[in-house]
Design a protein around this ligand. Sequence first.
Ligand code: ADP
Ligand code: MG
Length: 390
Amino acid sequence: MLSGDCPLVATPVSDVQFRNVTKRYGSVTAVSGIDLAVPPAAFVALLGPSGCGKTTCLRMIGGFEQPSEGQVLIRGADMAGVQPYRRPVNMVFQHYALFPHLNVEENISYGLRQARPRLAARDIHFRADEALAMVRLAGYGQRKVHELSGGQQQRVALARAIVNKPTVLLLDEPLAALDKKLRTDMQIELQNLQRELGITFVLVTHDQEEALSMSDLVCVMNGGRIVQLGQPNAIYNEPADLFVAGFVGKTNLLSGKVAGNFVDAVDVVLANGTVIPARKNTPLAMGEAVSVSVRPEAVRLVPPRQDGLEGTIANRIFLGSTIEYAIQVPGIGILLASASHSGDALFAPGQIASIAFNPNAPMAFAGTKNNEITQRERNHAEIISGRPAD
Ligand code: ADP
Ligand code: MG
């Protein structure tokens, strides 16, 4: 943002900008009133559940779809009526289609060979080599596509997309088909690649871990709208609403009603009568139904005491650097707590523990949403308590 007292500093032009963009397919509104300005050379993730409009946004940047209303701009230029191949943009798909009858270099340089005015053969060869080196496939130019692994083929698709030096690279769930180890490697490589190239990457993903770990900026979408735009830590620590709190990262959602109302905090009375303090980021009314979000790492287990929440350890899962507890709390259901196992006392399944929250960790949001607990946690809770989990 420009501040008023330095008028000579130019606003950097956004690589990608949406101005009040809506996209309808017949009676379906896929994207609704989107405003977004992606800073230059940023790694931005469009994150949201299936069907929330992520791919539609990407396709409008690429020029494969036209907005029903509003404008899409690239480097400040309105893209209305500009054909995909005229845009300074390339797209990598989950199901990248390489030409099976061409070798790796031919696949990568296919677009360069169509360029007019023509490029010299040695320039084409040089650029293909450069792109191959970028994706760590130097020396693979003469290989046939079918001689490569899935991960290597995905890298060829990436090399093909960067060989003509686009302003923006669009990636639609490009890693979804890879196994976990390869996906993690590729996540790091994509980040490095983006920094090396210094161009904007727009990544579409429904995987919140991927979005948080890879991008500078996360744009959380729901129902065709942007619900929050921010840096990963802000999205995780200061979710804008109940949807973001529940969708991004694991959290405990406790339903209750506002029993005390202050400037930026509330007291919430939970279903079992316990009152807990919580932060709020929007106005809430006395008596209003709310959900309090508490991350598992902000839940602490302490030896039983008189006041506050108490529960039975239903399950203990060893996760390497942390231990995750599922705690059956009467009248509330299952709470998850995550403890680093160096400092914290160990609790065993069946034991009773009191539950404390880190100060300022609980956040209250308007509305109610069910805690999403896994079947494994549910099964363990049933075994421990002898009755179905709430
Ligand atoms: P996402 O990528 O987030 O899963 P999409 O952008 O693909 O979501 O789709 C958003 C909504 O628009 C969905 O309801 C989808 O069914 C609808 N949609 C997408 N493309 C079309 C199309 N070509 N025709 C009709 N409806 C579509
Ligand atoms: Mg999609």
